[in-house]
Design a protein around this ligand. Structure first.
Ligand SMILES: [Zn+2]
Length: 312
């Protein structure tokens, strides 16, 4: 399942390519993959690409309406205001890749993101293509999804704050946001006193979008046993954990995400964060720091990897 760094990598790649382009055409090959009236989007201009937790957002300005105001005198202040308002976002496309979703952009170059498969580098569309966007410059964006749990939703930008983006809990702070401090992490974690710290940090109301890989790696980098109950953590440990979670997520973005094969970003680099992982998926292997054998346990139903020597 794609985690925050994969979605961030897609965001960074997409914004270089599609901002300023208009959406010429959208083909929906599987009706459940696109929720909303597709006719509203055609001819809209892409003005912003963003991410919140694991949801990718594309803000769109008004399409044909702006050409009407441009024909009028641009010296009239009222019309100038109208022109500006026509560039403020009106509609937003939300993408959630879920288990097997992929975003494949084919323009001058191809970049792919999301669940890795061999066919994401082959002919497009293929049998897993669900939605196809065509842009004003001829580039295409394919939303592929083998298992069809992923979705694209079209919403009014003004309603974004009131929308549950598909999360059951209230969504916590963004882990890489500058407003997300160690103190906030500590306060949010302390609402789950008796929960093992690694389980608590996976809770999206504590911090948004930290998945299993980065929760395991974060505990390792902070030197904290993942089973430690939140109430037993010291102030220093909360601080280390905050720094560690940010570090592993930034490293994840730097290395293009955690997908194991065939991840190619916009510059053709492959994403291999897991080659750099300290503990995740390394059961039975020696710890890269101390040589002790990495252990795997289940915590809150999720596979949890740790070094018994480094994490106490
Ligand atoms: Zn170790």
């Amino acid at each position: 399942m794609p985690e925050l760094p994969e979605v961030e990598t897609i965001k960074l790649s997409l914004e270089k390519k599609i901002i300023g382009l208009s959406i010429k055409n959208i083909q929906i090959l599987n009706s459940k993959s696109f929720l909303g009236d597709v006719n509203q989007v055609e001819n809209s201009k892409v003005i912003k690409v963003w991410r919140r937790a694991k949801v990718l957002g594309i803000d769109l300005s008004r399409g044909p309406a702006s050409s009407v105001s441009r024909r009028m005198s641009s010296l009239d202040p009222a019309v100038m205001r109208q022109d500006l308002s026509s560039l403020s976002p009106r509609l937003t496309l939300l993408f959630h890749l879920k288990m097997s979703g992929q975003v494949i952009y084919i323009g001058e170059k191809r970049f792919v993101g999301g669940h890795p498969t061999k066919d994401m580098l082959g002919e497009m569309p293929n049998k897993h293509s669900r939605v196809i966007f065509e842009f004003s410059n001829g580039a295409k964006l394919f939303f592929n999804d083998q298992r069809k749990f992923g979705w694209i939703k079209l919403v009014q930008t003004s309603e974004l704050e009131n929308i549950n983006h598909g999360y059951s809990n209230k969504l916590g702070p963004e882990p890489l946001d500058e407003n997300f401090t160690g103190k906030i992490l500590q306060e949010n974690l302390l609402k789950h006193q008796k929960t093992p710290v690694k389980v608590a940090i996976l809770d999206s109301s504590v911090v948004a979008g930290v998945g299993n890989i980065y929760a395991c790696e974060g505990c390792f980098v902070a030197g904290i046993d993942p089973r430690t109950k939140v109430k037993d953590l010291t102030d220093d440990q909360f601080k280390s954990l905050h720094r560690a979670v940010q570090k592993v997520l930034r490293d994840g973005i730097k290395y293009g995400g955690s997908t194991k094969t065939h991840f190619v970003d916009s510059d053709g680099k492959k994403g291999y964060f897991l080659d750099y992982a300290f503990v995740y998926n390394r059961v039975g292997k020696p710890c890269k720091v101390c040589g002790t054998t990495i252990k795997k346990i289940k915590l809150g139903g999720r596979g949890t990897f740790y070094c018994p020597e480094c994490q106490k």
